[in-house]
Design a protein around this ligand. Structure first.
Ligand code: PTJ
Length: 254
């Protein structure tokens, strides 16, 4: 069987260098037990949408990121929910974002096994996370969801008013919202149920969106509460999704 390349084997001038580097990361994370096998498929779906976006953070996504930053700064208990793909691609970026927001980090896995929880916890701790929630034996549960995704740490998602849920399946976002929480998501697919349900959807690759969001939080943190509230009020998620879709459709006409 032919193995996938190491990132040092990809020539720096390869036109698809960045994309291939991410593939190596997800394959390595799969081998290390961090990523679910379905996570590889999800990544491929994301790649296709990213291709249509020109693999850039669009002005439409930047507007959603500004709003996400405002909402997260207004939160009393912000929490970042981490699955296998997020841990595989952006562990240190998640830790940086949690630091600037003073947010909790909580593991929540669709395909949950004790080994995967341990592997994701380890990658986050190696990236500098001091506390990682979501590993406890007896968590609370979010109403309206089947276990194990219903798991919610008492000091984390259960108590949160705003949850950042990068790259996930639709019914968790829906359940979090019907439990009174605001949900910020990062999903390259503007047609997904998560994208349509979330309070704010950032249609961008999480490898670009998370560091951009951290910079935006640092920029907006000096603003007063009413300015942040205005930013949040003036955002229309459905319109923003339509605008992202238009950008993607535009790429078909060259
Ligand atoms: O780690 P687990 O066990 O929690 O499992 C995680 C996966 C991703 C397998 C699970 O949540 C799943 O099956 O998700 P879906 O329903 O395939 O949705 C994944 C969504 O993420 C799709 O809409 C993709 O377009 C999008 N996506 C994939 N890669 C990225 C992405 N969005 C942003 N950035 C990416 N890098």
């Amino acid at each position: 069987m032919m193995n996938s390349k190491n990132s040092q084997d990809i020539p720096l001038d390869h036109p698809r260098y960045e994309s291939l580097k991410l593939r190596v990361k997800v394959v390595d994370a799969y081998k290390a037990g961090i990523l679910a096998d379905s996570g590889l498929i999800a990544h491929g779906r994301g790649e296709a949408f990213d291709y249509l976006l020109g693999e850039e953070t669009s002005p439409v996504a930047k507007k959603a990121i500004e709003t996400a930053a405002a909402i997260l700064l207004l939160a009393e208990h912000p929490v970042i929910s981490v699955n296998g793909n997020t841990a595989a691609l952006v562990p240190s970026e998640v830790v940086d974002l949690a630091r600037v927001l003073d947010a909790k980090i909580e593991i929540n896995l669709f395909y949950r096994t004790p080994d995967r929880v341990r592997a994701v916890e380890e990658v986050l701790k190696d990236a500098g996370a001091r506390e990682v929630l979501g590993t406890e034996e007896n968590p609370e549960h979010i109403r309206g969801l089947e276990s194990p995704r219903s798991r919610a740490s008492r000091e984390g998602v259960y108590k949160a008013d705003v949850v950042l849920v990068p790259l996930e399946d639709g019914d968790r976002a829906e359940a979090l919202i019907s439990n009174g929480k605001k949900v910020v998501t990062i999903d390259l697919n503007p047609l997904s149920r998560t994208a349509k349900t979330a309070t704010v959807t950032i249609v961008d690759n999480l490898v670009r969106a998370i560091p951009y969001l951290t910079r935006e939080v640092e920029k907006l943190r000096r603003m007063d509460k009413s300015t942040l509230q205005d930013i949040a009020r003036n955002f229309d998620n459905q319109q923003n999704l339509q605008d992202s879709l238009k950008l993607m459709l535009g790429s078909f006409s060259g």
